[in-house]
Write a protein that binds this ligand. Sequence first.
Ligand code: PLP
Length: 409
Amino acid sequence: MVVQINANYLKLKAGYLFPEIARRVKDFSSKHPDADLIRLGIGDVTEPLPEACRNAMKVAIDEMGTLEGFHGYGPEQGYLWLREAIAKNDFQDRGCDIDPDEIFVSDGSKCDSSNILDILGDSNRVAVTDPVYPVYVDSNVMAGRTGISKDFGRYEQLLYIPITAENGFQAEIPENHVDLIYLCFPNNPTGAVASKEQLANWVQYAIDHGSLILFDAAYEAFIQDESIPHSIYEIPGAKECAIEFRSFSKNAGFTGTRCAFTVIPKGLKGVANNGEKVDLWSLWNRRQSTKFNGVSYIVQRGAHAAYSIEGRNQINSLVSFYMENATIIRNQLSEAGLKVFGGENAPYVWLNVPKGMDSWQFFDFLLLKANVVGTPGSGFGSSGEGYFRLSAFNSRDNVNIAMERIKKL
Ligand SMILES: *Cc1c(COP(=O)(O)O)cnc(C)c1O
């Protein structure tokens, strides 16, 4: 073949975090086949789907078996009844002026947060936090928006904003100009949150610089502190400078069912080469209509049920369950003498690895001595070195056993 490949893919660092974890776990398991491994690593939920969502999907399946209730291709933007429920419950009830029209239902915010680059130009200067959800970085690499990876594995042309214990895990406003800013709060991996004031500073920066904030609120349901905003649109001015990504994956356990949405306010405008202002909503609408054919009717019915009274109660219980796990992890690790962060408004606990070890050494140590799998902080970026992520997504028994084993070390 003489077909050219997208050479940007060759810039990607070989050892993507989760395959490398899988490799080490497999290696360990083959040497210790009887070890009872507890996985507090990958950020996937473990509890069953809420009953309200399951029931709604069952009804939808039966509807699909009738002539009147059959649904073929739906609107690429999502069914209006789902977008209305989202707009009301997630935004209008929190004082955010978001219209159902501004919501685009999708099969995941991982894909939305990478696909968004389709409608944004090549020469935008991009900022990410460090550590960071790897999808933001790798999707920019694949799209040719970065140089090669160099010192500490950082890609050229990306601006990395450290979030570490030294700055209280707050992304400091850059002194230079950036066009696109990826923010994820509550944060994966650090479990940190952003206050109203901090987000207001970002919105002000974006307005002053004509920048666009890409705000990932996948974990908003885990916020316990009432003063913390759930949406960037709780900040005045955000509708002029921010896109928000949301997902049913973590709150309603839809990681395997697949439903999410992206909010693109109608007033958001980018600039064409000739200086003309173009609204992003139309571009995204065009993009989705061309490249996407909507989420399954059945799944959208399931997502819609997340807003029913039963659905909300069941989701609240799920969130509380995981947050109790997070509290147990925090408390037990603190007792074991480890310094812990996060886990109060997010399902992730971020900890300092013991002195004398780096993140991967601590990973191997935990795997070998406690048979517990976590995630090395350095896998999320060079500023994550010296840290480690444990996830609260597991059964209570597994969390308790894992903590007992770690305390014995
Ligand atoms: C889990 C997660 C999501 C959700 O992705 P889906 O594709 O909707 O499952 C989005 N952002 C972050 C940071 C996540 O950790």
